[in-house]
Design a protein around this ligand. Structure first.
Ligand SMILES: NC(=O)c1ccc[n+]([C@@H]2O[C@H](COP(=O)([O-])OP(=O)(O)OC[C@H]3O[C@@H](n4cnc5c(N)ncnc54)[C@H](OP(=O)(O)O)[C@@H]3O)[C@@H](O)[C@H]2O)c1
Length: 210
């Protein structure tokens, strides 16, 4: 399997590094192909980088790691995503990080699905700070960090859940894509814990069953 990662920022670089470290091929894409190529060069084995369209073409799973405000432009740059799994990791936050810009009756994930109707959008990783992506960040934790996975296509959700597990996280089946309306607020409260309430960026939600 090849996973494309669009974006080379905190989440994009962290996910690309992590996925490659697990022996999975990663194609990194960016509007500036040189930026993606430089990150791939740094990661080394299993990684290649270039334009977003070229990266997406190589992959069945495309992780969109750009700010929600850039989703439309980034998806256009990624070309035809028909039939592909698009993983939305975004939290649609205000510039001061303190609130969401969409919610209640829709979510970033649902709006992204409207932009790529032929793709299978799956929400994941939006409640995990970039600082928790390196494998070392999990050392000493009593249980794996949970990643909430929501989507309408069961097979796509299974593929993403397998990827989540392969990268050292615990996937939590979170229902249909509309449940992103509730997962994005969880991402927002995690930002408040991490940045405004003094917990730091190792904060992560843990849902307890039974
Ligand atoms: N940071 C976190 O801890 C965290 C946690 C959970 C979820 N998220 C979500 O993850 C997403 C990425 O966050 P981040 O913190 O990684 O942001 P970031 O560090 O600002 O990185 C964003 C990346 O997107 C790239 N980009 C912007 N427009 C693009 C386009 N049209 N085509 C291709 N690439 C484009 C940026 O390139 P340039 O730098 O060249 O502009 C940059 O590489 C956001 O939706 C955020 O809500 C973040």
């Amino acid at each position: 399997m090849t996973v494309a990662v669009i974006g080379t920022g905190k989440m994009g670089s962290g996910l690309a590094r992590l996925i490659a470290s697990k022996g999975i091929d990663v194609a990194i894409g960016h509007k500036d192909p040189a930026k993606a190529a430089a990150l791939a060069e740094e990661i080394g084995r299993r990684a290649q980088g270039g334009g977003a369209e070229a990266a997406a073409k190589l992959a069945d799973v495309v992780i969109l790691a750009v700010p929600y405000t850039q989703a439309t432009e980034a998806l256009k740059g990624a070309g035809d995503l028909t039939g592909k799994i698009v993983v939305d990791i975004s939290n649609p936050i205000t510039p001061d990080y303190k609130a969401l810009t969409v919610g209640h009756t829709t979510s970033a994930a649902e709006e992204i699905q409207k932009l790529v109707p032929g793709a299978k959008v799956v929400k994941a990783w939006n409640t995990v700070f970039a600082e928790l992506l390196p494998a070392e960040a999990h050392e000493g934790r009593p249980a794996p960090v949970q990643v909430f996975v929501a989507g309408d296509d069961e097979e796509a959700k299974k593929t993403v859940s397998d990827l989540v597990r392969a990268t050292g996280f615990e996937p939590v089946e979170s229902g249909p894509l509309t449940n992103s309306r509730y997962l994005e607020p969880v991402g927002e409260i995690n930002i408040h814990f991490g940045f405004f309430l003094g917990w730091g960026t190792s904060a992560a939600p843990a849902w307890i069953k039974n």
